[in-house]
Write a protein that binds this ligand. Sequence first.
Ligand code: CDP
Ligand code: CDP
Length: 225
Amino acid sequence: MEKGLQIAIDGPAAAGKSTIAKITASKLGYTYIDTGAMYRALTYKALQSHINVNDDDALLKLLNEITIELQPSEDGQIVKVDGEDVTEAIRSQEVTSQVSATAAQPRVREMMADKQRQLANAAGVVMDGRDIGTAVLPNAELKIFMTASVEERASRRYEENMKRGINRSMEELCQDISRRDKADTERAASPLKQAADAIYIDTTSMTIEEVADTIIQFAEKRRSL
Ligand code: CDP
Ligand code: CDP
């Protein structure tokens, strides 16, 4: 039986990584893993427990104590922390504004990467994040670095927010995204960076279907090697 590929999708905020990763995983019959959700879940729990997201020791202790579960669902993935469904709660503005600080802590990253590698033992996996191709799965058979202009990414988030009844201006969204990209790119521990062997895709003027089809074609090619 075919073993299944490891597919790594990295890139900046709101580039379409999770949307495309979900579709790709579903078409190939692979497991989808959103690693950003794990950093968000830890941040959510830290905020609830009044833990400073810059405190490496406290975060690490918390990460050791809690159970983060990612369960496949119709819509992609249900995220649970200690049994509580936090799928929606981890997308809040508060979590979004703090998550890059949590994710900058080196020991937190090491522990997250270990957990993510264990999850990637599934037969075939599509994992999205910031450091999947560079640090978590350096031997992934297919690596994609996906991006789009900041304006396009903010506009996609704007549309998404409208559907969820969240009212934030384009200007605020552009600022948020740029701030998070800067923090993720400039941190010392496994920063957001294109892996040397990753395929670069600028999705600014591509539809979801076009991006998904492009990646599936690359995956089919790798599978036939
Ligand atoms: O979906 P969105 O692009 O808004 O972000 P996300 O994928 O949910 O990731 C949230 C944050 O987690 C990012 O801004 C990074 O700070 C961090 N992250 C990371 O450092 N490494 C990963 N592999 C995934 C996420
Ligand atoms: O995971 P990441 O933060 O990179 O992005 P996402 O949450 O998958 O995508 C952000 C939004 O952009 C979603 O509402 C997608 O439907 C939309 N999108 C799009 O309009 N065109 C694309 N080519 C990719 C995503």
